[in-house]
Design a protein around this ligand. Structure first.
Ligand code: LP5
Ligand code: MN
Length: 243
C-alpha cells in the first residue's frame, strides 16, 4: 500500500496539524510500504540549518519522527513545494527521506502515476511564476542561504504575508492549474494519472487528452483539526480522513 499527502504547512504556531501528523507517522503510515509527501510539508523552510536551532526544536522533531518511520521499514519520499523548496541534503540525511524531482514518474506493476506539487501548472499566475523562476535558481538559493538564519526567517515571514495579501486580489482561476498546460503535461508524461497538491481544492478530475481518459487527483491541505491521505491499494485510490 502506498500513501500520498501534501500541503501540511507544519509550523510551531499550528500544533494541531503537527499532532495529527505525528499520530499519522506513528499509526496509519506504519502499514504502508511507501509514503510520498508532495510538497509544502512545512509552512516555510528557511534552510536546513534551522535543524541546528536549539531554541526551536519543532523542525527537528518532525524530521526525527520521519526517521522513525523510515527505520520501521517504510520508504519516505518528499518533493519540494513552494513553501519548502529549500529542503536540502541535510534534511534528507537526517530524516532518511528521498528528495524527489518535480515531476516524478511513479511506475508500479499495475499502474503509472505522475506526481507533482502542482504550482508549476498554475501558469496563468504570471506574478507567481516569475517569483518561482527566480527562487528556484541555484545561484539565487546559494546567495539566500548565505544570509543569517534569523534574516531568512524574517524574509520568509514577510513573503508569507505578501503572498496572503496578493492572493486576496487574484481571480480564482489564477490560483488553479491551467487546463492547456495540464493537457500538455499529461501528454508529455504518457497519460499517467496525475496526483498533485498546492491548490487546496481536493477533487478528482477526469481529463480527456487526445481521446484518452486521464485522472487527476488533487490532495487536500491539512488544518488544525483534520488531515488527509490518499491510499493506493494496488487497484484503486481512495481518500482517507485523518484527525
Ligand atoms: O503558498 P500559498 O499557497 O499561500 O501561495 C502560493 C504563492 N505564494 C508563494 C509564496 C510563499 O507563500 C511564501 C514563501 C515561503 C517561504 C519560503 C522559505 C524562505 C525562502 C524565501 C525566498 C524568498 O509561493 C502565490 C500563488 C499561490 O500559491 C497560488 O498558486 O498565487 O504567489 C504569490 O503570492 C506571489 C506573488 O504574486 C508575488 C510575490 C512577489 C514577492 C517578490 C519578492 C521577491 C523575492 C525577494 C526575496 C529576498
Ligand atoms: Mn503549495
Amino acid at each position: 500500500m502506498i500513501l500520498f499527502v501534501s500541503d501540511l504547512h507544519l509550523a510551531p504556531q499550528a500544533p494541531g496539524v503537527a499532532r495529527i501528523f505525528h499520530e499519522f507517522l506513528g499509526g496509519r503510515a506504519r502499514a504502508a510500504e511507501q509514503l510520498f509527501i508532495l510538497g509544502d510539508l512545512f509552512e516555510a523552510w528557511p534552510g536546513d540549518d534551522c535543524l541546528d536551532d536549539g531554541e526551536e526544536p519543532f523542525a527537528g522533531e518532525i524530521v526525527d519522527a520521519l526517521r522513525q518511520l523510515v527505520s520501521a521499514g517504510v520508504s519516505v519520499s518528499i518533493m519540494h513545494g513552494n513553501r519548502d523548496f529549500l529542503l536540502g541534503e541535510r534534511f534528507a540525511a537526517r530524516s532518511g527521506a528521498h528528495l524527489l524531482p518535480d515531476p516524478f514518474i511513479l511506475s508500479l506493476p499495475t499502474w503509472q502515476f505522475v506526481l507533482s506539487h502542482g504550482d508549476a501548472l498554475c501558469t496563468d499566475d504570471q506574478e507567481y511564476q516569475s517569483f518561482r523562476a527566480l527562487v528556484r535558481q541555484a545561484d539565487w538559493q546559494q546567495a539566500f542561504l548565505a544570509r543569517p538564519l534569523d534574516e531568512r526567517r524574517a524574509i520568509a515571514r514577510d513573503l508569507r504575508q505578501k503572498s496572503e495579501f496578493a492572493k486576496r486580489d487574484k481571480a480564482d482561476y489564477l490560483m488553479d492549474i491551467n487546463a492547456g498546460a495540464t493537457d500538455d503535461f499529461l501528454r508529455l508524461h504518457g497519460y499517467a494519472s496525475l496526483i498533485h497538491g498546492h491548490t487546496h481544492r481536493p477533487a478528482m478530475h477526469d481529463h480527456v487528452v487526445d481521446g484518452i481518459h486521464v485522472e487527476r487527483w488533487v490532495l487536500a491541505d491539512w488544518n488544525e483539526t483534520q488531515g488527509e491521505c490518499l491510499c493506493w491499494n494496488g487497484e484503486h485510490l481512495a481518500r482517507e480522513r485523518l484527525r
